[in-house]
Design a protein around this ligand. Structure first.
Ligand SMILES: Cc1cc2nc3c(=O)[nH]c(=O)nc-3n(C[C@H](O)[C@H](O)[C@H](O)COP(=O)(O)O)c2cc1C
Length: 317
């Protein structure tokens, strides 16, 4: 498989990013992926600047290979996280941004010579990001785990590829070599996988949550937050069902007030990741969960996905 100049410029062996997942993607997971030749990305999520700085130090102590940081733009700590990223610019290969438009932070990252790769869910946002200087975009379909947009990867990706002149990375619903080969055919230069790395051996996700992903079937996920908060793909569990029931009931009222429901969601990913709590925890995961059957070291995942895609692309089946 021929790696694109952009992927080569990042110093990667495989065109595979590990999604910067809040609470999940710590310095250890990111370093494991980077050491094996993919791009590990620390997920800042809602963490404080201090926590993010610690995870960057952990990753730096475990790998000499490039890694990135995902800045979650909805975080209450986003400003301090941006400062931490700027202060560690020599250790960080790139920044991905989730949940919105990086706006003002763009200028700061660019001034510090940090590559910025926003996650986009529409052609309009992809074009806007190109205009303001994004180095690439990650086109993420609504199959993916976590916060989602409205379009599928299959439909969104080729339209983004046609609309911009910067490299496009595909995310959402990709967990094996068939997925990687398919999105390369659609014009992507690489993939970002979240759900498959959620169950990597090096991932700190609670065993109960990991088991739920490994046991999931094609229709095991649902979307919460269509009314209250932000749409999010999670595995069906007690928490998710209760959340959607409450938001639908509220939506039917003349003057809906979602504040109590949103409160219920606060800390729900943390409770899932750290405690495996299905009653109050959000098991964020993508539709592709049903394809993932075992916990494996990150290095094995990368090798398996790459080798399968490589064979398919060279005509072997
Ligand atoms: C548990 C979980 C947490 C996530 N947190 C974030 C986040 O904080 N920021 C972000 O940009 N994307 C986040 N994502 C999305 C992933 O980075 C990735 O783009 C997505 O999982 C790809 O789709 P897949 O799950 O089908 O592989 C999260 C995904 C999961 C499953």
């Amino acid at each position: 498989m021929q790696l694109s100049p952009f992927i080569q410029s990042l110093g990667l062996k495989y065109p595979i990013f590990q999604g910067g997942m809040a609470w999940v993607a710590d310095g250890k997971l990111a370093a494991s992926v980077s050491n094996a030749g993919g791009l590990g990305i620390i997920g800042a999520g809602n963490a404080s600047g201090e926590v993010v700085a610690h995870e960057i130090e952990v990753a730096t102590s475990l790998t000499d290979r490039p890694f990135g940081v995902n800045v979650m733009l909805l975080s209450p700590h986003v400003e301090e996280v941006v400062k931490v990223v700027l202060a560690h610019k020599d250790q960080i290969a790139l920044v991905t941004t989730g949940a919105g438009n990086p706006g003002d932070y763009f200028t700061q990252f660019k001034a510090a010579d940090i590559k910025v790769i926003p996650v986009v869910g529409s052609v309009a946002l992809a074009k806007m990001m190109e205009r303001v200087g994004a180095d690439a975009v990650i086109a993420e379909g609504m199959e993916s785990g976590g916060h989602i947009g409205k379009l599928t990867t299959m439909a969104l990706l080729p339209q983004v590829v046609d609309a911009v002149n910067i490299p496009v990375i595909a995310a959402g619903g990709i967990a094996d070599g068939r997925g990687l080969a398919a999105v390369l055919m659609l014009g992507a230069q690489g993939v970002q996988m979240g759900t498959r790395f959620l169950v990597a051996t090096e991932s700190k996700v609670h065993p109960i949550y990991k088991q739920a992903v490994l046991k999931a079937k094609d229709a095991s996920t649902m979307v919460t937050g269509d009314f209250a908060g932000h749409p999010s793909r999670v595995l069906k569990n007690q928490m998710a069902k209760k959340y959607v029931k409450l938001e639908k009931a509220e939506a039917a009222k003349d003057h809906p007030d979602y504040s109590n429901i949103e409160e219920l969601g606060n800390g729900s990913l943390r409770r899932a990741v750290l405690d495996g709590d299905a009653k109050t925890g959000a098991y964020m995961a993508g539709e592709i969960s049903g394809l993932i059957k075992k916990e494996q070291p990150a290095a094995e995942i990368l090798e398996e996905v790459y080798n399968q895609a490589d064979k398919l692309l060279s005509g072997e089946h």
